[in-house]
Design a protein around this ligand. Structure first.
Ligand code: NAD
Length: 475
């Protein structure tokens, strides 16, 4: 399949192409070759998008929820119909294996189906007083949304925001990452062909800081949703404070995994070693800090390292590839530095630890006995690196798990139900997986605590973040 030569962005019902605008080179992370040139929105383009989104909101909020749902179901159907093309584009520009790209693309359709049905049940409530007074609690769409999403799950994360916002009756300007425009634009074409008006859903690419400053400063934007790093999240929160904008922040994580002596060891090794290298570890909920109870530490570490040596690394389009390259050229040097620091401080490198010769490849890497002083025990590696440390007691494991400012996801493997409950209660994170790493589904909340952000995407809670509540007291 050939990569599109006419990349662009979509404002007020029409695709905008080069026309003298600055461009961003889109790179294939597996080969380093330039795939295409993406035009970047100018300040005037963004101003036009803002005016359009205000008009789009004024209309879309009054469209009956069943009519909105019918269109959003059509978007989902079109995504399924075009899934193969979208998935190949996603692998070409992001690097992940085609099977993972297919799963991600289909998850987009599931988001549209879920949120538009859930919106039909956003009823509000009525309080009836003995005096004859009634209080109505109404849910109303918050207003035009600016949504910023990153390059690790480019289509899924854009759709999480777009599907929920549109279902709730909001208009949206989405700014997905500049690294992966063909797949996100192909999804946008499904949104357009599904019948969503051109001033209701818009798509822009640009210089991220310029786009976010301009959109957030506008009084038209009432809600900002961001997925990305903690520092950028904090920066956007400060910008939002000036206009007291509603925010949802899905930021970084550094997920601990507590492996207890009584777990099903084979299952724990198999699930951990496959999940760690999904999307080359560039996942905010990726299992990273493995705390393993003393009695099984050596066996777990040896089994995990052996499984890791079998992970087939290659171009995501090649059959048999289990792990592709890292998505951009910022990641390999960042990971190289963290691994060098850890080994210099005494960590044992069991496998991996090297960059590839072409593209942005980095080997699946396992570090054992990682000292607490290693930078990687504090900084999210956001790559294919697993860290192992032994622990003795439950209390010690919980203390280690909770010691960082992150609080996104945590996992535990134990066959003891009471221990599972204690751990689930004590972990200071927004999400916990017990004997499983599957924690991202459309109908359950997804989000973190502490510096991992606040608010949820997914589930009724995710939809709720696109409504404001109004109390009407009537005598
Ligand atoms: P980064 O922190 O500069 O960017 C993270 C994301 O935010 C990117 O998609 C980027 O386009 C966007 N961004 C950056 N500045 C922005 C701004 N001013 N306004 C709006 N959007 C902005 O760095 P990076 O090199 O792209 O990624 C590095 C780190 O980001 C990773 O190590 C990881 O910790 C984090 N990250 C997290 C997620 C996640 O799913 N939570 C996704 C991607 C990256």
């Amino acid at each position: 399949m050939t990569y599109p030569t006419d990349l662009g962005f979509y404002i007020n019902g029409s695709w905008r192409k080069g026309e003298g605008r600055d461009v961003h080179n889109v790179i294939n992370p597996a080969t380093g070759e330039t795939l295409g040139q993406l035009p970047l929105a100018t300040a005037a383009d963004l101003e036009e998008a803002l005016e359009a989104t205000a008009m789009g909101f004024a209309e879309w909020r009054h469209v009956d929820v069943t009519e909105r749902a019918a269109k959003l179901h059509k978007v989902a159907a079109l995504i399924r119909e075009r899934a193969e093309v979208i998935s190949v584009l996603l692998t070409m520009e992001q690097g992940k294996p085609l099977a993972e790209a297919r799963t991600e693309t289909l998850s987009c359709a599931a988001q549209f189906d879920y949120f538009c049905e859930e919106a039909k049940r956003s009823y509000g409530r009525v309080l009836v007083r003995p005096t004859g007074q009634r209080t109505l609690v109404l849910k109303q769409p918050v207003g035009p949304v600016a949504a910023f999403s990153p390059w690790n799950f480019p289509v899924n994360l854009m759709c999480k925001k777009m599907a929920a916002a549109l279902a709730a009756g909001c208009s949206i300007i989405a700014k997905p990452p500049e690294e992966t425009p063909a797949s996100t634009s192909a999804i946008m074409q499904c949104v357009i062909d599904g019948g969503i008006p051109g001033h209701v859903a818009q798509l822009v690419y640009g210089v991220p800081d310029m786009v976010s400053r301009q959109l957030i400063a506008s009084p038209i934007i009432r809600k900002v949703s961001f997925t990305g790093s903690v520092p950028v999240g904090k920066h956007l929160l400060k910008l939002c404070a000036d206009g007291v904008k509603r925010t949802t922040m899905e930021l970084g994580g550094h997920a601990p995994v507590l492996i207890f002596d009584d777990c099903d060891l084979d299952k724990a090794i198999a699930l951990s070693s496959t999940t760690k290298f999904r999307n080359a570890g560039q996942v905010c909920i990726s299992p990273t800090r493995f705390y393993v109870q003393e009695g099984i530490y050596d066996r777990f570490v040896a089994g995990f390292a052996e499984a890791t040596t079998k992970v087939q690394v290659g171009n995501g389009l090649d059959a048999g590839t289990v792990m592709g390259p890292l998505a951009n050229d910022r990641r390999p040097p960042a990971i190289e530095k963290l691994v060098a620091d850890a080994t210099a401080k005494g960590a044992r490198l069991l496998t991996g630890g090297l960059r590839g010769e072409t593209g942005n490849f980095y080997q699946p890497t396992v570090l054992a006995d990682v000292p607490m002083s290693a930078d990687v025990m504090e900084d999210e590696p956001f790559g294919p690196v697993a860290l192992m440390r032994p622990f003795k007691t439950l209390d010690e494991a919980i203390e280690q798990a909770n010691r960082l400012p992150f609080g996104l996801a945590a996992y535990a493997f134990t066959e003891n139900g009471r221990q599972a409950n204690l751990v689930a209660d004590a972990l200071d994170t927004g999400m916990v997986g017990i004997n499983s790493f599957v924690i991202s589904v459309p109908d359950a909340p997804f989000g973190g605590v502490k510096e991992s952000g606040f608010g949820s995407e997914g589930g009724p809670e995710g939809l709720d973040s696109y409504y404001v509540t109004k109390a009407v007291h009537q005598y």
